[in-house]
Design a protein. Structure first.
Length: 256
């Protein structure tokens, strides 16, 4: 890992002269909303260090996929399955062999401020009468089933399914459902959503062995591979400075 960090430093050093040029490149980066706060902060820090502007467009895929097909240099994801979907959606402009996995985050339970139902872990979501919100799509396809099925006990899957009251297709829609339906007691989603919405909910950890992790990754498009700045930005994301930014937003950077 020391070698890769040294490589990142060399790449950033090589990027510095670009900051002095009038025609310094501008990178266009697209991806989902979950990793966006960390990605945008990293983009700002990278521009400050190199002079290379990074424009991050984030949100549900239908809002940006057409623009990404036209001008994206880099695509980031919210899970490996999501990145595989992006490879298909980008119509040959993205190669799965070019994907760099960055950092993981765990599935967590978001509860109402003050935790009125006194939820302490995943098994509390199985109790009769607990109303649970899950996301069914956008990198979280089947994640609740993965968690409930970890021990191979179908009774756990049945109990959780009985308590799920909504299955929005992405995290933004789930956030709105959480706001619109105050009778929902718990929301199964990545921990980073509570970090970026601290007044909306409190976080309760999903205990082992039910805890699920998925990553964010990034890949250059065919267009982006022609720009040295694309690899420089990826190297920055993996550098100690980049890792520190992601860690502040709730990502696990141990082993980076």
């Amino acid at each position: 890992m020391r070698t890769s960090l040294l490589g990142a430093g060399l790449l950033l050093a090589s990027a510095t002269p670009l900051a002095l040029a009038d025609n310094a490149p501008s990178l266009k980066v697209y991806g989902p909303g979950g990793p966006a706060p960390a990605m945008k902060e990293a983009a700002t820090a990278f521009e400050k260090a190199t002079g290379i502007k990074v424009e991050v467009t984030a949100g549900p895929t239908p809002k940006w996929i057409d623009a990404a097909r036209a001008n994206a240099d880099l695509i980031y994801s919210g899970s490996e399955t999501m990145m595989s979907d992006f490879v298909t959606a980008m119509n040959g402009q993205l190669d799965s062999a070019d994907v760099t996995a960055l950092y993981l985050r765990p599935l967590s339970i978001l509860v109402r401020p003050g935790n009125p139902k006194h939820i302490t872990g995943f098994t509390d979501l199985l109790k009769p009468g607990v109303k649970v919100l899950v996301v069914n799509g956008a990198g979280q396809n089947g994640v609740w089933e993965d968690a409930a099925g970890r021990l191979g006990d179908i009774r756990t899957v049945r109990a959780l399914r009985k308590n799920i009251v909504a299955y929005p297709a992405n995290s933004a829609l789930a956030r709105q459902a959480w706001i619109d339906q105050p009778d929902i007691d718990a929301w199964l989603i990545w921990n980073i959503w509570q970090v970026s919405n601290p007044k909306l909910a409190e976080q309760v950890a999903v205990e082992e062995p039910y805890r699920i992790y998925r990553d964010t990754g990034i890949a250059p498009t065919t267009r982006g591979k022609q720009l040295p700045a694309s690899q420089q930005f990826i190297a920055f994301l993996q550098s100690p400075q980049g890792a520190a930014i992601f860690q502040r937003w709730g990502w696990m950077t141990n082993g980076a």
